[in-house]
Design a protein around this ligand. Structure first.
Ligand SMILES: CC(C)(COP(=O)(O)OP(=O)(O)OC[C@H]1O[C@@H](n2cnc3c(N)ncnc32)[C@H](O)[C@@H]1OP(=O)(O)O)[C@@H](O)C(=O)NCCC(=O)NCCS
Length: 167
């Protein structure tokens, strides 16, 4: 049987970029240091906390759960998830290492995680929030079909994704 053509994110020059082979794996004794070492570009630092802070939030709070994003076993990103009182699933703390951005990794992380989250019975939608001037995040989430709801979370805009009826 002939394999169907792979569809990856469309790049600015119109060429199809290869879909990165991203895996979302538990944060463990073996990989937490690599998660903690992830850094973003200087001008992006105001949009997120340090991954070490997120790891503490997950370890000592009762809301968030951490995941490492790996490519060929190398940690290239970090993300957290949690479930709200209304059962909507939240994605937070998304970080792609500065040296690995613009390669489709953020896209792959969010797409994979939201599929996992929406698969949980009774989950009405997947939500996230971001600063209004975080252009990269705003474009990424919009590309993935998240829509701003008019809600805010602190100073951030909330956007939600619901699986399309036809899917
Ligand atoms: C936001 C972030 C996670 C995106 O990760 P990424 O791996 O670079 O994203 P992708 O390569 O998958 O990009 C997917 C799309 O997002 C948008 N995007 C990503 N980076 C962008 C940038 N610097 N400027 C404008 N648009 C951008 C584009 O639409 C892009 O598609 P394209 O490359 O085909 O144009 C990454 O920039 C990051 O870690 N930023 C700092 C932390 C942060 O702000 N996290 C989000 C908190 S809400």
């Amino acid at each position: 049987m002939v394999a169907p053509p792979r569809v990856g994110p469309l790049r600015q020059n119109g060429a199809m970029a290869p879909d990165p082979k991203i895996e979302l794996v538990p944060v463990t004794a073996e990989n937490w240091r690599d998660c903690a070492a992830l850094t973003v570009h200087g001008e992006q630092q105001r949009f997120v906390s340090a991954v070490t802070y997120y790891l503490c939030l997950c370890a000592y709070g009762d809301t968030w759960h951490p995941l490492a994003a790996t490519e060929d076993g190398e940690v290239v990103g970090f993300v957290m998830w949690g479930v709200d009182d209304d059962r909507s699933a939240w994605i937070g703390g998304l970080v792609v290492d500065g040296r690995r951005q613009r390669q489709g990794i953020g896209h792959a992380i969010v797409r994979q995680l939201r599929e996992r989250l929406i698969a949980e019975p009774g989950t009405p939608n997947v939500a996230l929030s971001y600063a209004a001037d975080n252009i990269a995040a705003r474009r990424l989430y919009r590309t993935l079909g998240f829509r701003e709801t008019g809600e805010t979370e602190g100073t951030e805009l909330v956007a939600r994704w619901t699986r399309p009826e036809s899917a």
